[in-house]
Design a protein around this ligand. Structure first.
Ligand code: CDT
Length: 312
């Protein structure tokens, strides 16, 4: 048996602060058309795909921040993505900054949506693991103010039946956390789509810089293997407003092996025919959770308050 979903991972090169959304959308449409040419069922874009990675700057005016957010989806500017995808009979995953009116107040999330081939939003996810800091830290060469500009996502890690399988999403820093994959793994996820903006330089820990690409691989390949799922990681890459970002957009099989990877730091598509049935041999043997997981024997140290003594 095989259940093939052909995926195009659509890496974007840098987006300038003053690049209009219409220009970014036309770059994305070009990649979507390429993906269709390769027979893709889905094209996946990076985190915050419509604008530059704005949390690198400290803004004091809320209006300046909100200019990077989408108040509706689709909007006049993003509708061409929905229209072209429907015309081409292709689905897509899109990351964007979401401004929502919810619980009687304005809320801001780092969000991604999975749109099926009919143009319906089949799944929505709001980033849980927000990296960086909430206060302006002038000592840094660039800021990482996600904790100031976004709330922690309030949707959990949902999965949905779409494209003939069980699909999930996460966003950037989420990929470094085993909980991300395991929560979806426990729901039977077969493909996780994720976008990222990862600076090569980590100001609080420059000793990690030389390992940025390795840590990217390590996290996603481990997440795929340990949960028997496909993982599709899509970068916004290159030198964006003076900050270098890693590329390595890639598609990873449930074996943990990378089967396709971009080789540039610009707009580039890599494609793989992903057989969702390849998840089965992992989910039914080594990582058969029902048989081998021992949750009753975990919980203890991490959940018992005070189990880890404070430092002397
Ligand atoms: N966008 C985002 O989440 N970036 C973070 C930077 C963290 S620095 C280690 C990431 O995890 O790639």
């Amino acid at each position: 048996m095989s259940r093939i979903v052909t995926v195009g991972a659509a890496q974007l090169g840098p987006i300038a602060r003053d690049e209009p959304r219409a220009s970014v959308v036309s770059r994305m449409l070009a990649l979507m058309q390429q993906a269709k040419g390769h027979g893709c069922d889905i094209v996946a874009y990076p985190e915050l795909a419509l604008t530059t990675f704005f949390p690198r700057w400290h803004f004091t005016e809320q209006g300046q921040i909100d200019a990077f957010f989408e108040k509706e989806m689709p909007s006049a500017e993003t509708e061409p993505l929905f229209a072209e995808a429907k015309r081409l009979d292709i689905g897509f995953m899109l990351g964007y900054a979401e401004l929502a009116q919810e619980d009687g107040r304005t809320r801001r999330f780092n969000t991604s949506i999975l749109v099926d081939k009919t143009g319906r939003i089949a799944l929505k996810y709001r980033k849980v693991h927000l990296p960086g800091h909430a206060d302006h830290q002038p000592w840094r060469p660039f800021q990482h103010l996600e904790k100031a500009y976004f709330e922690v996502g309030n949707l959990g890690f949902p999965v949905a039946r779409a494209f003939g399988g069980i699909m999930g999403m996460c966003i950037c820093n989420d990929r470094r956390w085993p909980e991300t994959y395991r929560v979806m793994g426990l729901q039977g996820v077969e493909m996780i789509l994720l976008g990222y903006n990862t600076p090569l330089h980590n100001p609080p820990a420059p000793e990690h810089d030389a390992l940025s690409n390795f840590h990217n691989q390590l996290s996603m390949q481990a997440g795929a293997y340990q949960n028997g799922t496909w993982v599709v990681g899509v970068a916004k890459a290159g030198n964006e407003e003076g900050v270098l970002h890693i590329g390595q957009t890639q598609i990873i099989a449930p074996s943990g092996e990378t089967v396709a990877m971009c080789t540039t730091l610009g707009d580039e598509l890599c494609v793989a025919r992903c057989d969702l049935d390849l998840t089965k041999s992992y989910k039914s043997t080594t990582f058969n959770f029902a048989v081998h997981r021992q949750p009753q024997a975990y919980g203890l140290i991490v959940e018992r308050k005070g189990a880890i003594p404070p430092p002397e």
